[in-house]
Design a protein around this ligand. Structure first.
Ligand code: TRP
Length: 375
């Protein structure tokens, strides 16, 4: 947990302007260095946009994963989603990157849907609802282009029989005081939530058990999930005879409202993958920006790209060309580009992106069986 005056980052809440350098210090992770990026490039041929722009910016033991890989030992990927509602475009960022890693390293992917967690955490959520979103969200995962036969998506509830055995092995090593210190649980927290971190740790070791051989694990995920790995998975790994899972951490895609990440609980702040494209366009057009109060002021002072969600959208997902992105930044800062035009341009890009994603998402319905594993 990081809970300072200006921002909060826990696995269940991200609020305020996140100071990522401070998080890295508090969590004790490592920043990705140019040297490490150079090593990745040897295997991937180019540096992925998300690495170039430092959207994935921090890690644990990524150098070790590359050591193993270079010594001929394959790693698997593990990531997941808490199915609390429909997917928004911010969720796609780690998935798109995970797909890239799968392709370049020929890695299997285990994808956990924590329908148990979302049911336990959200008072109003029924189990039926969170299990339903497991399947809705799985369509978005598949739409990112993962490879059938190498990608295993599972609902915790439906795959519980397999997961449970490992979960109790883990749980035995975690005291309540550790769980409390890592996650900030309180007396009023239900006991399901207190046990749950053991379930989220299971996939770090599951392929090693299924294949009866120790396999290195790399987890691409937003940095808010780090407490699970630091506090539970990496702590129990040596006790159970497994490798510690490695991680690569991303930043949060900001919402269209001021401050904080894109949030499913504020529907206008997020663009959902199921939004009709025209609705998404409207959301972009009514977004908060870093613009000035009047056109005259904007022409004179320029816009504030640093704090503008519209600019961040280009930066994260919607402008891949570095030259174009630099031009948007420059024209904003110089006052040449006004917010209305900048938003209209982004809205068009968002519409085209969604139209394409929704086409792939629909065709994923027929492929679900190729990806879902259950007991
Ligand atoms: N707890 C995560 C969430 O609420 C879901 C999740 C489970 C996950 N396993 C993961 C996310 C591994 C990243 C990596 O979104």
């Amino acid at each position: 947990m990081s809970n300072s005056q200006d921002f909060t980052v826990t696995p269940w809440e991200v609020k305020g302007e996140v100071d990522y350098d401070k998080l890295v210090r508090e969590f004790g992770t490592q920043l990705l260095t140019e040297e490490l990026l150079g090593r990745i490039k040897k295997h991937t041929g180019d540096i992925h946009l998300f690495l170039r722009r430092k959207i994935f910016f921090s890690h644990r033991d990524l150098d070790w994963i590359l050591d193993r890989y270079e010594a001929g030992e394959k790693f698997f990927l593990y990531t997941g989603r808490g199915p609390s509602g429909h997917t928004h475009v911010g969720h796609l960022v780690p998935w798109i990157f995970t797909r890239h890693l799968q392709e370049k390293f020929g890695a299997e992917l285990y994808f956990q849907m924590t329908d148990d967690e979302k049911f336990l955490h959200d008072e109003k959520m029924s189990l039926k609802e969170s299990m339903g979103y497991t399947y809705e969200n799985a369509l978005d995962v598949i739409a990112c282009g993962f490879e059938p036969g190498k990608t295993f998506i599972f609902s915790d509830v439906e795959y519980g029989k397999t997961l449970y055995k490992m979960a109790v092995e883990i749980a035995k090593h975690i005291t309540y005081s550790t769980a409390k210190a890592v996650f900030g649980f309180e007396d009023s927290t239900n006991v399901g939530m207190i046990f749950f971190p053991c379930i989220q740790a299971v996939p770090c070791f599951l392929p090693s058990i299924l294949k009866s051989k120790n396999m290195p694990c790399l987890i691409p995920a937003a940095i808010d999930q780090d407490p699970y790995w630091r506090g539970i998975a990496r702590f129990v790994a040596p006790k159970l005879g497994f490798y510690k899972p490695a991680q690569i951490h991303s930043k949060f895609m900001p919402g269209l409202a001021r401050g904080g990440k894109m949030s499913a609980s504020d529907p206008k702040s997020a663009i959902f993958t199921v939004d009709p494209p025209e609705m998404a366009e409207e959301k972009v057009m009514s977004s908060y920006t870093g613009g000035r109060a009047t056109v005259a002021e904007q022409r004179r002072l320029g816009g504030q790209a640093e704090i503008c969600p519209v600019y961040h959208y280009y930066h994260f997902l919607f402008e891949e060309d570095e030259k174009e992105l630099a031009k948007i930044y420059h024209d904003c800062k110089s006052g040449a580009l006004l917010c209305g035009d900048c938003k209209a341009n982004l809205a068009g890009k968002v519409r085209r992106f969604l139209t394409e994603h929704q086409r792939k998402r629909e065709s994923a319905r027929k492929k679900l069986d190729k990806f879902i594993i259950r007991d």
